[in-house]
Design a protein around this ligand. Structure first.
Ligand SMILES: Nc1ncnc2c1ncn2[C@@H]1O[C@H](COP(=O)(O)OP(=O)(O)OP(=O)(O)O)[C@@H](O)[C@H]1O
Ligand SMILES: [Mg+2]
Length: 529
């Protein structure tokens, strides 16, 4: 493969071949012999071109009017003649190189073009022999013609090859780029060993820069590896394969749900398998949100029903407890203590009931403009003692510029629950950070984060479920975040949870500002990222 694509080095190279191989009888500089041949060729151009056209029209299956072809050949021959006369005039080769790449001759096999060049040479040979029979210089003129024709053939051959190589390189570059920028993970692997040979950008992002050399199944969780291995076996047999419901392990250890497609590609004796992953996380998330929304609605109804039913007997028990206290003014300390405990526990039960009702949307509440910064400040004041006792410092950065639209009580519940959770996640104390910021013209962002234990990925999807708790009995009912979820949902906002880099948890809430158009979706999105 010629490494030099520029015309100059190309010309020099061919000239060197001719020179060093002793094929250059007539040096490449003007001479009387060159002038004579050029003059002769010019004089007989019409005849040569006309008989050339006659010969090739049929043989080369030239369609339509052959006139343009004849005109082209005439123009090309004129350029060639210039070069015969003045070997430094290389316009003929400039044109040929360009045309080999993009022009007419690029669309035909090289042999066709070379054959037609041979014919041109033959025509001129015939005319020379006829016109200059007996001339002392005829032999030299024929040799010069021969030398020039050969030089031309060598150039054209290389132009063709260069042009095709450039085409190929461009094709493979465009293929490489389209794979590389495809919006889905694509890998190329050795078919037998599964070794990853190549991975595109999205794949690198999703699975991290795997040490090349590892087998592709190592990108999957332990329990899926044999499945992927079997998939490779099938692909070698059948040419293609697919599997659904697998996972890629992300650099942070979180599984990415995927479907997999494979195709066997044989390149130069090496069997490779192209692996294309289809990222299902978004679809899964939608499914999850739907299920979640339905589940919440179901539990909400149930909870509301139970809460109503229990509220009446509880009221009666509460009254009875009060009466008992009144009826036994001189009760023994034990009785008084028991009564005290009973009342305290009743208080707790009632809180749970009102939480349940809050969650189930049952207590209809008005929406109004809420000054979030003010609410955060007041809530923190309320919880000041609790934070101090727990060794938690609060870092507050309030920058909400406009009120959001929500139910104030609901948002207070949100703050109470998020802050309580944060404190509980830091049993040794730590830092609680609260930040408010406008997000564009329509949203307000509230961030609550702690540097506590964090939430493992597999638990993250469940934390918004009612009654999901990891706390010991009596410490938590698992209603806190489901209330948060339902308040935010009612306010047409969004909530996301993420682990903070390092340690701890970050809750991000978006609420619509006053005057903001209602969000298109009335569901919240819990994102695991
Ligand atoms: N900031 C946090 N850090 C770590 N884990 C958290 C955090 N917030 C919530 N969780 C996890 O989510 C679970 C559910 O939280 P949620 O507030 O709904 O219930 P709870 O706190 O357990 O009980 P309740 O809020 O009803 O007292 C918690 O048990 C805990 O495992
Ligand atoms: Mg809680």
């Amino acid at each position: 493969m010629p490494a030099d694509a520029t015309l100059e080095s190309h010309l020099r190279r061919i000239r060197d071949y001719l020179h060093h191989l002793g094929l250059e009888t007539f040096p490449a500089r003007p001479s009387p012999l060159r002038t004579r041949l050029a003059d002769f060729m010019e004089r007989h151009l019409e005849e040569a071109a006309a008989t050339w056209l006659e010969t090739v029209t049929h043989a080369l299956a030239i369609e339509g009017s052959p006139k343009p072809v004849g005109d082209d050949m005439r123009a090309a021959t004129i350029r060639w003649i210039h070069h015969v006369r003045e070997p430094q005039d290389v316009e003929t080769y400039e044109v040929l190189q360009r045309h080999a790449r993009l022009g007419f001759i690029a669309h035909h096999p090289p042999a066709r073009f070379l054959a037609s060049q041979l014919v041109m040479r033959e025509k001129y040979r015939g005319i020379l022999r006829r016109e200059l029979a007996g001339d002392a210089e005829l032999g030299d003129l024929l040799s010069l013609l021969e030398q020039e024709a050969w030089e031309r053939t060598l150039h054209i051959t290389d132009f063709f090859v260069e042009a095709r190589e450039q085409d190929l390189a461009e094709q493979s570059e465009s293929y490489r780029r389209s794979v590389d920028s495809a919006p889905t993970p694509i890998l190329l692997c050795d078919a037998e060993s599964g070794t990853i040979l190549n991975l595109n950008r999205v794949a690198t992002r999703e699975v991290g820069t795997t040490p090349a050399g590892g087998p592709v199944w190592d990108l999957h969780p332990e329990e899926e590896r044999s499945t992927v291995r079997r998939l490779f076996g099938e692909t070698i047999e059948a040419g293609t394969g697919k599997r659904e419901n697998l996972h890629l392990v992300r650099p942070d250890g979180e599984p990415l749900p995927v479907d997999v497609r494979t195709a066997l590609i044989e390149i130069r004796q090496q069997s490779t398998i192209q692996v294309i992953y289809v990222d299902l996380s978004e679809r899964r998330q939608l499914e999850f949100q739907l299920i979640q929304a339905e589940k919440m609605a179901g539990i909400g109804q149930l909870a509301a029903g139970i809460a109503h039913e229990i509220r009446n007997p509880l009221g009666i028990i509460n009254n009875a407890l009060y009466d008992l206290g009144e009826l036994l003014p001189d009760a023994s300390p034990e009785v008084r203590e028991d009564l005290q405990i009973a009342r305290a526990e009743m208080q707790r039960v009632q809180e749970i009931i009102s939480n349940l009702l809050e969650f189930s949307h049952d207590n209809k509440t008005e929406e109004q403009p809420v000054d979030l910064d003010d609410l955060v400040a007041r809530t923190l004041k309320l919880m000041d003692k609790y934070l101090q006792n727990s060794g938690v410092r609060a870092q507050v950065d309030l920058g909400a510029t406009a009120p959001c639209i929500a139910n104030e009580n609901g948002i207070r519940q949100v703050l109470l629950n998020l802050i309580t959770n944060a404190v509980q996640a830091m049993p040794e104390g730590g830092e609680l950070r609260i930040e408010t910021r406008p997000m564009g013209d329509t949203w307000l962002r509230l961030v609550v984060e702690d540097d506590g234990e964090g939430i493992p990925p597999e638990r993250r999807r469940r934390i918004f479920e009612p009654f999901f708790t990891t706390k010991e009995p009596g410490r938590g009912t698992g209603l806190g975040l489901s209330i948060v979820h339902s308040v935010i949902k009612r306010a047409r906002g969004r909530i996301e949870v993420a682990n903070r880099p390092g340690r701890g948890t970050r809750f991000i809430i978006q609420l619509p500002l006053t005057g903001a158009p209602p969000a298109a979706s009335d569901d919240t999105g819990e994102s695991a990222r």
